[in-house]
Design a protein around this ligand. Structure first.
Ligand code: ATP
Length: 733
């Protein structure tokens, strides 16, 4: 696919790698998202399961990371044109080339932000005052954090007020010089404007808060009176906006003072620090350019592996990726961090551990990716996402804006929209369907299980072990109570599962159960039923990380036929050519239905998904208030009565899913024969659709007329502009 990739601006080395992976054409979402991300945009990618979203964000991010590394290596990126270097142009602004590592400065040079929680980072203005006069500038706190603002000389460090060459006034109500912090004025914070006064004529300095003069703070010591003075600031996880007088001040200074922008030119000199002098040449090793957050270890590993495949032809410099997930020795991760990382893929818990302890720094991050974003939010990571976003500078050291990419097959939720509004910068929706949808390649059906009609449960000698929620209930083979039918349905589900696997001769299937206990019980049952015929392994949160990894791999390698899992494997997991998914129980969250069944029908292959739906309510475990999250819990009372069980209503869940998808899901009979329709007979589950490539070519064709019309319009506009110019010249002659 090198050629179509190149059309989208992807570099040939990456194009070659994907071609070798047999990706002949970009998928629709890739052809939309890649140019947008390469162009610097924030993107919300709402495309179906299996549509290639991972490549859609990884490829452009890797390209930009690679190009940035290359620029750093060649000393570019920090270069600026001679016009803007030492002089910083004609305006007063903060100096991009005279700042600490984690100090970000907006393109106008008037907004400064440092997101390091541990250390102070400072900067100075691009010009300084040399001679007589009285000068003023304003600094407004635009985000919570610690600030110190004032005046510094050339000899001062960027940590204002900690040596004898700079003077600061801090938000805690202290003035500082020579590391001596004395009470002064009063504290200031969010939205307060601090006025900074430099009176060279009287050799003194003072500050104001919201226009109120706080009185003289310092006499300028004799040895500094012939120095140049710069506007200066130092921040710890904070943001300040500056006005040097180009626009009206909020609180104009008293008479005799002028804004720095109005200082007579003979009193102003340019900073001696231009490109690269003060900025450390090499960024910190543990400060990556991209952070990709995934909701599960398996998915993080999968994305990490894709990155490794995409980068095989990228060299000099090489991109260094790191997987940060729980259950892996943290020391190994720290060793890699110390050696240097560019792209980090991880799960929220371990990422937060390393970030909060300063082992992983965010000040270089320019890509913040939330894969399966709605899943992250529903798992309760909203605060974490906000916290991390707050710590990431919105403008990087080399003046690039932070880009956020958010994706999922189910992005259409209120929470995601609110988050996007809050955190993203004019994001573009890449929304190919306009609502959550199931790919055409997934043939999904439901089979109702009615224990009042199918009474086999009464005589079953061997059946799947049930979860024990009815151990205190009075149930019997002849009973008709709600509890009896609930227990009956649990037993029947094991039989229906065996029937489905046999009926469709499923050589490979992903089987979703509701709880870890249900998974364990089903695994035992299948193994009891018949060794190799029903070979299976489990994947859920109670299995050790190494076992989880090994089981998934065994399933992918076809070492076993079936993988029995909880919703931990619902999202993102990609098993090439998977034929079938079976939902033994419908998921609690309707979005997870879409994700679960989306494990088949990926990359243009066809797949079958069968969901069992009990016609009666089923009592199930619901350990939401349990201290041990269910471990060792035998409280079979309902949650309303302080217990750990609820009545599960699958017909209602099915209605919710259908309503959400705006479809009616086909029902099959208990014989589990799937009726012949456009799928059956024409396709083999697990194989590719015939004559149905990516619609990329179709997309190009459909755009062609519009593109031609635009080109014609541009041509006419150009011609009329030239005509106009010629006429004008003619007229003025
Ligand atoms: N351009 C392409 N050509 C061929 N195969 C592709 C292409 N892009 C991705 N794929 C393959 O399609 C499969 C699905 O891709 P991916 O896992 O990125 O989907 P997804 O959209 O993230 O799905 P989900 O929503 O389930 O996470 C993978 O096996 C991947 O290798």
């Amino acid at each position: 696919m090198a050629a179509p990739m190149a059309e989208m601006g992807v570099m040939s080395e990456i194009g070659q790698a994907v071609e070798e992976m047999d990706w002949t054409l970009p998928t629709d979402v890739q052809s939309e998202a890649i140019p947008m991300i390469l162009g610097g945009g924030d993107v919300l990618m709402a495309a179906e399961t299996g549509s290639g979203k991972t490549g859609a964000f990884c490829l452009p991010i890797m390209q930009i990371v690679y190009e940035t590394l290359k620029d750093q290596e060649e000393g570019k990126g920090r270069k600026v044109s001679s016009k803007t270097a030492a002089s910083g142009g004609s305006n007063w602004k903060m100096n991009m080339h005279d700042r600490g590592d984690a100090m970000a400065i907006g393109p106008e040079g008037l907004l400064c932000q440092a997101r390091d929680q541990q250390k102070w980072h400072g900067t100075r203005s691009n010009k300084a005052i040399t001679q007589q006069g009285r000068y003023y500038f304003e600094a407004t706190v635009t985000d919570e954090g610690l600030c110190r603002v004032g005046w510094a000389t050339d000899k001062a460090t960027l940590d204002l007020g900690t040596d004898k060459f700079g003077f600061g006034f801090g938000g805690t109500g202290k003035k500082s010089w020579g590391r001596q912090f004395d009470s002064y004025g009063e504290p200031y914070g969010m939205n307060d404007t601090v006025g900074c006064y430099l009176d060279i004529d009287n050799a003194e300095m003072r500050w104001s808060k919201n226009g109120v003069d706080l009185g003289k703070a310092y006499d300028i010591p004799p040895h500094l009176r012939s120095e140049k003075f710069y506007a200066a600031v130092t921040l710890k996880n904070a943001e300040m906006e500056f006005n040097f007088g180009k626009t009206p001040f909020k609180f104009p200074p008293g008479k005799n003072f002028v804004g720095l922008a109005q200082a007579p030119s003979q009193c102003v000199v340019q900073s001696r620090i231009s490109s690269g002098v003060a900025v450390s040449a090499k960024p910190a090793p543990n400060a990556p350019q991209a952070i990709i957050i995934e909701p599960s270890r398996e998915l993080a590993e999968q994305t990490f592996t894709q990155i490794q495949k995409f980068k095989v032809h990228l060299s000099n410099p090489t991109i260094r990726e790191l997987l940060i997930i729980g259950g892996v020795n943290v020391k190994d991760q720290l060793d890699v961090l110390q050696r240097g990382v560019d792209i980090v893929v991880g799960t929220p818990g371990r990422l937060e551990d390393l970030i909060s302890t300063g082992k992983l720094l965010l000040h270089q991050v320019r890509f913040f990716v939330l894969d399966e974003c709605d899943g992250l939010l529903s798992q309760g990571y909203s605060d974490l996402i906000n916290r991390l976003h707050q710590q990431i500078p919105k403008v990087t050291n080399d003046g690039k804006r932070l880009q956020m990419v958010v994706c999922s097959a189910t992005l259409h939720s209120f929470d995601v929209k609110k988050m996007a509004e809050r955190l993203m910068y004019f994001p573009t929706w890449i929304d190919l369907k306009g609502q959550d949808a199931v790919p055409e390649t997934v043939h999904h059906v439901v089979c109702r299980i009615d224990p009042t009609q199918d009474t086999r449960w009464k005589n079953l000698q061997r059946h799947v072990a049930t979860d024990g929620v009815h151990q205190n209930d009075n149930i019997s083979a002849n009973g008709t109570s709600q509890e009896t039918y609930s227990e009956a349905v649990k037993k029947l589900k094991g039989e229906y599962l065996i029937k489905a696997l046999e009926e469709h001769k499923m050589d490979q299937a992903l089987i979703f159960c509701r709880t870890k206990l249900d998974c364990d019980n089903m695994e035992k049952y299948l193994l009891q039923k018949g060794g190799r015929n029903f070979s299976c392994v489990c994947l859920h949160g109670d299995r050790k990380p190494q076992e989880r990894k090994a089981n998934l791999q065994k399933f992918k390698d076809k070492g076993v036929k079936y993988l029995i899992c909880t919703d931990v494997a619902a999202r993102g997991i990609d098993v090439g050519g998977l034929q079938c998914v079976i939902n033994v129980t419908l998921p609690d969250e309707k979005q997870n239905y879409i994700h679960r069944i989306g494990r088949v029908g990926r990359a243009d292959r066809m797949g079958l998904a069968i969901s069992f739906v009990s016609t009666v309510k089923e009592k199930v475990w619901y350990h939401s208030n349990c201290n041990n999250r269910g471990r060792g819990c035998y409280n079979t009372s309902l949650t309303d009565h302080g217990g750990c069980c609820v009545w599960y209503d699958e017909p209602k869940l099915l209605l919710d899913i259908q309503e959400h998808l705006d479809i009616t899901i086909e029902t099959v009979e208990p014989d589990l024969k799937v009726p012949i329709n456009e799928f059956d007979g024409k396709v083999i589950y697990g194989n590719k659709r015939k004559n149905a490539g990516s619609s990329y070519q179709g997309h190009v064709d459909s755009l062609a007329p519009a593109v031609k019309e635009l080109a014609d319009l541009e041509k006419r506009a150009q011609t009329s502009f030239i005509d106009l110019k010629n006429n004008k010249r003619f007229m003025t002659r």
